[in-house]
Design a protein around this ligand. Sequence first.
Ligand code: FAD
Ligand code: PYC
Length: 417
Amino acid sequence: MQKYSGFGLLKHSLTHHENWQRVWRNPKPKKKYDVIIVGGGGHGLATAYYLAKVHNITNVAVVEKGYLGGGNTARNTTIVRSNYLWDEAALLYEHAMKLWEGMSQDLNYNVMFSQRGVLNLGHTLQDMRDIQRRVNANRLNGIDSEALDTQGVQEIVPILNCSSSARYPILGASWQPRAGVARHDAVAWGYARAADAMGVDLIQQCEVNDIVTEDGAAIGVNTKQHGAIYGDRIGCVVAGNSGVLAKMAGFHLPIESHPLQALVSEPIRPILDTVVMSNQVHGYISQSDKGDLVIGAGIDGYNGYGQRGSYSTIEHTLQAIVEMFPMFSRVRMNRQWGGIVDTCPDACPIISDTPVENLFFNCGWGTGGFKATPGSGHVFAATLAKGEANELAKPFSMFRFHNGALIDEHGAAGVAH
Ligand code: FAD
Ligand code: PYC
C-alpha cells in the first residue's frame, strides 16, 4: 500500500481528479431503437443489460431525466430478501436473490452483496402466527427461512432489547440467513457499465415528456432535450413517476405515490452485523460498512412528489429504534432524505403490457423494489424481447386489478404502505 504524508495526501486530493476515463459513453440519441427504456434506475439499467446479454438486443436506449441511479436506487436502504408469502411473489424475489448471488461475478463489478441475514421481528401472538405461516410457505418454495423464539433472536443480536418488560416485547422473528444488503450505487454503475460495453446507449439529462403514439400503438417518446426518439417497443421503469408517464399515454395505473424517508447516523464502530426489521414497533436498522446506522420505517401517509418527508415520521422511526436498541439513544443522526415510491393496492409490482400496444410498464415496487432489481430487469427484458409477459411476470399484469387476481403481500412488505 502506498503511504502519503499529510502534505502528500493534500497534493493528491487536489491533483488526482483529472483525466478520469469515462466508465460509459455519453452518446447522442439515434433517431430509432429496437427498445427504448424510460428510467435509468437499477431496474431500467438491469433491463437494458439483460436485453443485450440474454436476448442479444443491443439497439437499446435508456433515457434518464437526471443521472443514472439518482432516483430511488440512490435513496434506498439496500435490504435484499426473498421471504414473501405467496408463490407468485416468492418465486419472483427468489429469482432475484439467485441473480444477486452471482451478480458481482456476472458484471465483473463488486456490488458488495453481503448476506448477513435479515430478522423480521414478531411482537404479538398474531405476528408469530403470521411468521410461522410465512416461514412454512417459504420453505415449501425452497427459500431459506426459519422461525426463531426470543432466545434465538437474542443470540443473533445480543444488543437488542429482548426483555419481557419492553413496551412491545419481542416474541420471536423470522430469519432469512441468505438475505442482506448491497451497495446501491454499485448496482446501477455495474449494470450501466456492462450494458454500455454491449452497445446500449445511456442517455442522461433527457426527460421524456410524452409518449408518441400512432393508431393506438406507441412508436416512440418525446423528450425535452432531444425531441422525438422512436422505438419498436417502449418500457417505462420510472419509480415515483409511473402515474405521470401512464397519464402521458392516456391511461390510469392503480398507483399512489408517497414519500419514503431514511436516515443515517454518524459512523460508529461495528456493532450490528445483521439487519433487524420490526413491522409492529415499526422501524428497521442495519449498519453500513462505513459504520453508519442505516434507519427507516414506513411511508409518509400523504401523496406527493417531493423527495423529502415530514418530521413526525422521523421522530416515530427513531422512537421505534430506541425502543428496540436503548443503547443507540445517544448516537447522533447525520443525514435524512426521502424518495418517492409508487405503491399498488396489493403491495405487489406491475410488470405488464398496457392498453397501448408496444408500451410496457414495470412499476409499483413500493417500498421494496431494490431487492428485486436483477430479477425485475431479467423478467422485464424477456417481456420486452418477446412482446408478452414472461412466465414469472405474468401474475403481475396491471389487468389483475380488473379480474381480482390480487397478490396481497402487505404482511411481507416489511415496511408499512
Ligand atoms: P429509480 O431508481 O427511482 O429509477 C427510476 C428513474 O426514472 C429515476 O432515475 C428517474 O429520474 C427516472 N425518470 C422518472 N421520470 C422520468 C421521465 N419522465 N423521463 C426520464 N426519466 C425519468 N427497496 C428494497 O428492496 N429494500 C430497501 O431497503 C429499500 N429501502 C428504501 C428506502 C427508501 C428511503 C426508499 C425511497 C425506497 C426504498 N426501497 C427499498 C425501494 C426501492 O428503492 C425502489 O423500489 C427501487 O429502487 C426502484 O428502482 P427503480 O430502478 O425502478 O427506480
Ligand atoms: O422491502 O425489505 C424491504 C425494505 C426494507 C426497507 C425498505 N424496504
